[in-house]
Design a protein around this ligand. Sequence first.
Ligand code: FO1
Length: 315
Amino acid sequence: MGDAALLTALAGGVGASKLLVGLKHVLSPRVGTAIVNTADDEEFYGLHVSPDLDSVVYSLSGLADDVRGWGVGGDSFNALEMLGRLGCETWFKLGDRDLAVHVYRTMRLRQGATLTQATMEIAGRLGAGWQVLPMTDDRVRTMVSTEKGLMPFQEYFVKHSHGLRFHGVKFEGVEKANPTKAVIEALEKAEAIVICPSNPVVSIGPILALEGVKQKLSTAEAKVLAVSPIVGGRALRGPAADMMTGLGLDPSPAGVASLYRDFLDVLVLDSVDSAYVDEVRALGVKPVVADTVMNSFEDKVRLAKTVVRELVGDI
Ligand code: FO1
């Protein structure tokens, strides 16, 4: 890969962040780009919260809480406790340091900065070391249809612990939203494209739903590789498998490959799913079997090495 290390990754939050930490390490000192889902963004206490952008930035900066996977490691929750005493709902656990980032982002947006500018400032100042790009500067909102009606993603995911029956999903505002110029450029100039092991429906889905993104992926000269977020019929975290089933897809690497088949060259699937290699190959996608569960830093680096080797040969 050239000096500019033009690897572009499509990312959601927690699952993506783990692989990105490995990729950053393997590609260092070259700098990659992460295009991140913002359809999970929500407003709390008047502040613009971007959970996936923050999970990616905190992880790349070495600030993430490794156990929870979201928020800042070792954070305190004094402000949240006080907000509770003031009668506010506190089901979304915003830590004190995390809150400072939301204050900064909201301040910059009110000053007229775009979400892209605010994110580049936050990522730069916290030391992410990679280019982190929101998928759009426009507002797109994931709304989940459940037995209790339609609700914003964070309400479904956190307040109801993704325990409600999933009927479907829509990305409000996506028809009018555009990927940013920086996003299009990162896809056009990429020498390799990675789709991180994030929920294909609600994390990668909104990025792919933006006008022009799928077309850029299918016409890209760069190889496109995805890591399956489904292992042994289940998502490692969150409701990806239930959502795939709800949408009539097989919750398996083959289901993931069929969702991405229009532009996907390679799918990395876990060793426990090696029985799916023929089905994946039949979809025109090259299967690569590896250990994809990332618990330790070594796991993240090992998987990242497999990914980079597949994309660009020996490193
Ligand atoms: N996820 C939870 O399951 N519970 C929380 O209380 C929670 C708080 C939170 C605060 C800041 C942040 O950036 C992320 C947070 N997340 C929390 C994660 C987030 O809801 C999801 O991981 C993503 O939106 C799904 O990709």
